[in-house]
Design a protein around this ligand. Sequence first.
Ligand code: F6P
Length: 471
Amino acid sequence: MSKTIIVSNRLPIRIEREDGKLAYKTSEGGLATGLGSIYKEGDNIWIGWPGISLENEEEDEVEKELMNRNMRPVFLTENEVQEFYLGFSNQTLWPAFHYFIHHMRFKEEEWEAYKKANQKFAEAISKWIEPDDTIWVHDYQLLLVPEMLRKQFPNVTIGFFQHIPFPSYEVFRMIPWRKKLLNGVLGADYIGFHTYDDMRHFLSSCHRLAGYSYNRNQILVKNRLVEVDSLPMGIDYGKYADSASSQLAKAKEISYRDSLGPQDLILSMDRLDYSKGIPGRLLAFERFLKEYPEYQGRVSMFLIVVPSRDQVPSYKALKEKVEFLVGHINGKYGTINYVPIHFFYRSFPLDDLSAFYRMCKIAMITPKRDGMNLVCKEYIASRETQDGVLILSEMAGASKELSDALLVNPNDEAQMVLSIKTALEMPVAEQKRRMNIMQKTVQKYTIFQWVDLFIGNLKNLKERQESMATK
Ligand code: F6P
């Protein structure tokens, strides 16, 4: 029986030390939910890093425990975490792919570490591969893995999905190891991106940097047909809609409202990341309060920043900048009974998130650049009464599907300021009209459809490749 192997840098579980013992925390993330229906079945497995450095004897314990959960760990050393994960993945590829070229760095030793770590993943995968298996590799940390597997298993079925943007050729070509990265991904049969533009940029780089010609979305790589596609990822709509309409979420909303007072709330929720545009959003809110003083005391921002990669200097600096701006704005516009920005630097469980999604009349999701952005889809799914306004950046992949949001250019401060006013003043009937359309879209293309579509297209392509080979 053939099986499916899912591979990503992180496993859908986080291991933490609690009172000297190892605690296993299941990931609530969209990908983990969507792929749950695959990796938990039969002999299927998920291979990845458990997110913690362990002693040797602990590694044996973790390996056994994860075996029962259909997972296989790849353990990274402290040095690999520094050079492969925090280094090349997050200080070369991440800034390049999000157009933050001033944050990019090119260190040969980090490139070497990236290659070695990808090799380590490929070796961990090879231990479990059988010829008829399907391997689905995820994201920018593992761009070289498809080619490494292809060399060892020429006929195996490999899919690759990139969860972050793929930059224009002009930016991608700045990376010294650009051609090796492209050839790495092209080891896959089927390559998915969130948007048509990402796909177009990838094809253009394949052509201009690696010399491959392509026809529509097809590339011939050493006589092997490779297909590139755009498949926007969705969420588990039912999970968010049900949670938001639960008694618990409603009770929490009432109790939070009692403490907060009657102000209209603007939700801002992201991982700590410069790509998310948090300072720009804060500055737009400050300017809004200045230009429309009648709103002072009547509208607050509910700012949630989830800690992430805080050992990387640019992330540390961002945290300081956000803290400075929140202090500055609250100091300037706050009164005894008015807090302009309620700031939380932590993550929250789903019940709380649902209560927040319920109580915020506006969600302001204005990344400078984002592969997709699922928070805006979660907000939409959680609006039980269909009122509420989404202010969404044109630079988020989700904007391609959600044209009924108030779309803004996150670099246009004046437009962002105006969009806050428009959102606050939008008639309820108009809010509902827009929300209704967006709910239909988000409900139709869920994470489950996304998984089925990817796997279906990959299998279909494999059959076409086989029939081409027998002709
Ligand atoms: O958006 C890409 C992504 O890798 C997500 O899959 C993940 O949730 C997020 O970035 C944070 O990644 P990490 O904590 O693994 O660096």
